[in-house]
Design a protein around this ligand. Sequence first.
Ligand SMILES: C[S@@+](CC[C@H](N)C(=O)[O-])C[C@H]1O[C@@H](n2cnc3c(N)ncnc32)[C@H](O)[C@@H]1O
Length: 271
Amino acid sequence: MPATASDYTFLREFILSRSENILDPSRDDLFEARLYRLMQSHNMTGLDELVSKLRLSADPVLEQAVVEAMTINETSFFRDLAAFELLRQKLLPQLIEKCGGHHTLRFWSAASSSGQEAYSLAMVIRCHFPQIADRSVEIIGTDINAEMVRRAHAGRYPRMEVNRGLPARLLLKYFTRDGEEWEIAPELRALCRFQQRNLAQTLPMFDRFDGILMRNVLYYFPQETQKRILQNVHAALQPDGFLLLGSSEQSVCPDLWQPVLDGKVCYYTPR
Ligand SMILES: C[S@@+](CC[C@H](N)C(=O)[O-])C[C@H]1O[C@@H](n2cnc3c(N)ncnc32)[C@H](O)[C@@H]1O
């Protein structure tokens, strides 16, 4: 039987209740496209059957697989290059000067997808701030999607992905070709670790971070969720740390976050 309007409504509400991602009803066709393989692997004939299973709430593994299939994982190395220039020229030098090498600098790539953002930051640090890279940097990437976390941890990328945003000299310097894939160098991997976390749930108490990159994810959440996440992130940041959002995102909590415009890039400091 073809899926009904109420099946689609159920699916949108299901996703909203799990990852808090809003899915636009005009894009209901995405459900078929993105859930096709999952349905095939469970020998299901259509979305109506999947919805019937989900309505029973009896299969947490299936539920998580549906949530993960519906996340948008678009990312690339050095996405929005201006933000990485700002890190290199201003935000990292300021942090290093302030901490004077006395404590480990901790960064959080929140919604890290397959890891390109975290590894791009690691490359900036290795290339331009080798004095801190060896022992006093930690980059934690988190994402709701377990498959993305696994890929980030593996640090292996097909040609198409290393061709997006990664300068050739950095590809040659920090990656080794292995068949059809390029593997990230151990010296970058050593700076990064990845965990599965849902940003919309209360965050576990991380030690505070010096810098947080939470880019291109806020716009998937309703405004109330954005506020809650921005409050949690505020609590997870050092008072003199910084927050970078995506270039088309902004904080909906003006009382908590002070925007600072630097050239074309806006970053935030905690109030
Ligand atoms: C468009 S990607 C952005 C990746 C990277 N930050 C960048 O800017 O290139 C959005 C990521 O957010 C993740 N995501 C969506 N909802 C989430 C949630 N509730 N908790 C954690 N991650 C989530 C998705 O799995 C996806 O990998």
